[in-house]
Design a protein around this ligand. Structure first.
Ligand code: BGP
Length: 467
């Protein structure tokens, strides 16, 4: 891997330094003050064993009650911006209809408290958390749910759009497709590519309609989407490997990136699906609303690349279609791995993403909306003063930021960097297994918060606007 090293790395004026989190992973109070279950609350109620150590989403980190203290900790760790999400199942507990006044109070207080502390609130509207009552109607497979989501989005814009200037319709919308409709990881655990494709298309329509409403309301702010980009690298430059990487990229990156930025699906992806009769149902007006509503700003979550090679393993006869019928995963010798998460760490890929956006996506404004390192058993790094010395996290951030810096120097339109995440939080089926925070949350001791070494370092990073 190339190495870059300079004496210091200065970032542009007003660069965003902060972190990302989500409502369902931090708020807790899952059945308090009128909130109704989302799919994770429900899934935990029927299958607690599917969650690491059987820790469910009912309390998470209790941000619902401790947000004031937490926002002070954000200040102490140098945040000038912070993303979280509004839980649909809290704001509109029945999915559609009545707005929950306690939820309005809560989100108003969070937004006001952030602003009072000079922290720009970024609000996301969907972080995998489908209200259970909407899942019962078919979730993203249902057109009724698209309409309900657009109403929910409009309600948020009207309630909070006077103060929130950065809006995001979805976080990683491909994850519910992969986890819930392809790979049997998360509820509803369907394994059916065509249904997954329908979920993907309907999500994109819901996104575009929400952007449309936002524009029509003339809100003074920007709207976008947050995508997890996992660039595909071929094993070699042999044409078959290169083609495999291109196909993987179509499925896992460009399926969402192209429609939300360029207003249309990649033609070769449509061809691949058409040939196999896997195209989702498209209603009149869908392609138009997608075409007419490109985003203002893109959030890029970057964790790991995807490495692929030409298909070698035969596909069992009659097996239902999966994208992996068109390429094989490739384990690159010598790759660097985060053993706790099993994800490759390859810092320079963040630069490749920046160049791709510059060169192929009109250099649209974007920011790194998530990047981070989950580590299990961090308690062993606690020092005698009682805080965790997570030097590996500081190094992880620095090594990525060096490449972000290079991308900026070469003209990428990157506006900031948000770490995943502010404090250790609950993470779907992994619960609290891997810790990502700048701030430790002590599950054994009243959820006490303690700033880690990385949190102290992050404050300097932000104050110096570089390192
Ligand atoms: C992203 C999600 C987050 C968070 C993060 C870390 O995909 O947006 O919600 O979970 O990944 O992943 P994990 O907690 O599964 O290790």
């Amino acid at each position: 891997m190339d190495k870059i090293s300079r004496e210091n790395y200065q970032f542009p004026k007003n660069f965003w330094w902060g972190s990302a989190a989500s409502g369902p992973q931090t708020e807790g109070a899952a059945d308090s003050d009128g909130k109704k279950p989302n799919i994770y609350d429900y899934w935990y109620s029927i299958e607690p064993g599917s969650f690491h150590n059987e820790v469910g989403p009912e309390h998470t980190s209790d941000f619902y009650h401790r947000y004031k203290q937490d926002i002070q900790l954000m200040k102490e760790t140098g945040h000038n911006s912070f993303r979280t999400s509004i839980q649909w199942s809290r704001l509109i507990p029945d999915g559609i209809g009545e707005v929950n006044p306690k939820a309005v109070d809560f989100y108003n207080s969070v937004i006001d408290e952030l602003i009072a502390n000079d922290i720009e609130p970024f609000m996301n509207l969907y972080h995998f958390d489908m209200p259970m009552c909407m899942q019962e109607k078919g979730g993203w497979e249902s057109r009724e749910v698209i309409d309900a989501y657009v109403k929910f989005a409009e309600t948020c814009f009207r309630l909070f759009g006077d103060r929130v200037k950065y809006w995001f319709t979805f976080n990683e919308p491909i994850v519910p497709v992969e986890a819930g409709y392809l790979y049997n990881l998360h509820y509803p655990k369907v394994v059916d590519f065509k249904r997954g494709a329908q979920v993907a298309h309907n999500t994109i329509v819901a996104h575009a309609k929400a952007v449309d409403v936002f524009k029509k309301l003339n809100i003074d702010g920007k709207i976008g989407i947050i995508l997890n980009l996992t660039p595909s690298y071929p094993r070699s430059q042999e044409p078959e490997d290169v083609k495999a990487a291109h196909i993987a990229d179509l499925f896992f990156n460009r399926s969402f990136l192209d429609p939300v930025t360029k207003g249309e699906y990649p033609k070769d992806l449509v061809e691949i699906l058409k040939e196999r009769e896997l195209l989702p149902a498209v209603e009149p007006g869908d392609l138009e609303v997608i075409r007419n509503n490109p985003i203002d700003i893109l959030g890029v979550n970057y964790y790991q690349p995807r490495r692929v090679k030409a298909k070698e393993d035969p596909v069992p006869a009659g097996a239902p279609f999966m994208p992996e019928h068109l390429f094989d995963p490739y384990i690159m010798p010598g790759r660097k791995i985060n053993p706790h998460r099993g994800w490759e760490i390859c810092e320079e890929v963040i630069y490749d993403i920046m160049m791709d956006i510059r060169d192929h996506y009109d250099n649209i404004p974007f920011f790194i909306s998530e990047n981070g390192m989950g580590v299990e058993g961090e308690g062993k790094f606690r020092n005698t003063e009682g805080f965790i010395e997570d030097d590996y996290r500081i190094e992880f951030i620095q090594e990525h930021l060096k490449w972000v810096h290079k991308g900026l120097q070469e003209g990428a339109n990157c506006l900031g960097y948000h770490l995943w995440t502010f404090m250790d939080n609950w993470s779907w089926a992994n619960s609290y297994k891997n810790r990502y925070g700048l701030v430790e949350v002590d599950l054994k001791n009243n959820l006490n918060r303690t700033i880690k070494k990385s949190g102290r370092w992050y404050k300097q990073l932000s104050e110096n606007n570089g390192f």
